[in-house]
Design a protein around this ligand. Structure first.
Ligand code: DAH
Length: 342
């Protein structure tokens, strides 16, 4: 075989082997096999020494050209492999920004908050200002100015959390009435949402901490008809035109006359269900015409002005609104319960 044929054979074999070389390391091994110290082409070059002076330059040139070609083949394969590797890496690292993923867990409004927002927004829509008062309250506002004398049963230690002789955790939102009458001049139209406290037991319908919304309207010639009309408008606005209110005579020291108000059960729409114990009605608030004694104590002339007041129990409404059967669920903060209000 001539040197030329030899080179050609080495090149052809290498080309075939390069096809199969799947990584850079294999390519380098092939490079050694041909061009290395013990390589096949290097061996050919050594044979040059045995040639005559006339033959040597031409053969030397053939070998050099062979080396260059083969080197180029090796480099080309290496480059191709590297490009492939890069492509694969890019592919494997690609982020599909359209792929759906688990959303971060965010908080949700508490059902009591949702119900409160509804009532507050309905009341604001009827022209009521929202006013807040302290939860730690003076006996003076919580009881005295509301015509609840020292020996009244509502002041029984069983109902009231006393901080000291003159300070209580407010047992209702009604003290905000007294505070507002003292600080504003009529006409007054306010709603006071807030947390209240009573030394009650804990069960499906009682909690020592709960929420009320107090309403107060003072103006000239305000009547019981205005009270009834306002409450009807409020609840129809909240729960639909088919709900009605029903007044029952009652007693409250700070209103005269006083009434308890039942609402068409918004759980069964009056048909009778577990929530309303089959009656179709649910008690939602206490109300009445502000007692002239209270007006007087709070600096408003009862001969010039009259007014009405009401106190809504928020938990009752929340439970009806969402079909919650046990009040304790509203205070436990169990995520499995709360997540349902997303
Ligand atoms: N404060 C009363 C309570 O906690 C509710 C109430 C009754 C509020 C009559 C009023 C009212 O404004 O006029 O049970």
């Amino acid at each position: 075989m001539s040197i030329k044929e030899n080179i050609e054979a080495i090149r052809a074999e290498l080309e075939a082997e390069l096809e199969k070389a799947e990584n850079g390391k294999l390519v380098e091994e092939l490079r050694q096999k041909v061009l290395g110290r013990k390589g096949t082409l290097t061996a050919l070059r050594r044979m040059l020494g045995g040639l005559s002076a006339e033959e040597r330059p031409a053969m030397g040139q053939l070998i050099n050209e062979g080396c260059e070609k083969i080197g180029a083949l090796l480099d080309a394969r290496l480059e191709k492999l590297q490009a492939l590797e890069r492509e694969q890496k890019l592919k494997s690292e690609t982020i599909d920004v359209t792929e759906p993923r688990e959303l971060p867990r965010v908080g949700v409004p508490h059902p009591t908050t949702l119900a409160l927002q509804e009532v507050v927004s309905a009341l604001t829509g009827l022209g009521f200002d929202i006013v807040e008062g302290p939860e730690i309250e003076l006996d003076h506002f919580n009881f005295e100015l509301l015509n609840i004398p020292k020996n009244h049963p509502a002041r029984d230690a069983q109902d009231t959390f006393y901080v000291d002789d003159n300070i209580v955790l407010r047992t209702h939102t009604s003290p905000v009435q007294a505070r507002t009458m003292l600080s504003r001049k009529p006409p007054i139209r306010i709603a006071c949402p807030g947390r209240v406290y009573r030394a009650d037991e804990v069960d499906a319908t009682h909690s020592p901490v709960f929420h009320q919304i107090e309403g107060l309207v003072i103006d000239k010639d305000v009547t019981m008809g205005d009270l009834k009309g306002t409450l009807d408008a409020l609840f129809k606005k909240l729960y639909g035109d088919d709900v009605e209110t029903r007044f029952r005579p009652s007693f409250s020291p700070f209103t005269e006359p006083s009434a308890e108000v039942d609402l068409t059960c918004i759980s069964c729409r009056g048909k009778g269900c577990r929530m309303c114990k089959g009656t179709g009605w649910i008690e939602v608030l206490g109300c009445g015409m502000v007692n002239p004694k209270v007006l007087e104590m709070c600096g408003i002339d009862p001969h010039e002005y009259s007014g009405f007041a009401f106190g809504i129990g928020l938990e009752r409404i929340t439970m009806l609104r969402y079909g919650i059967k046990d009040m304790r669920l509203l205070y436990e903060g169990d995520e499995r319960f709360l997540r349902q209000f997303r």
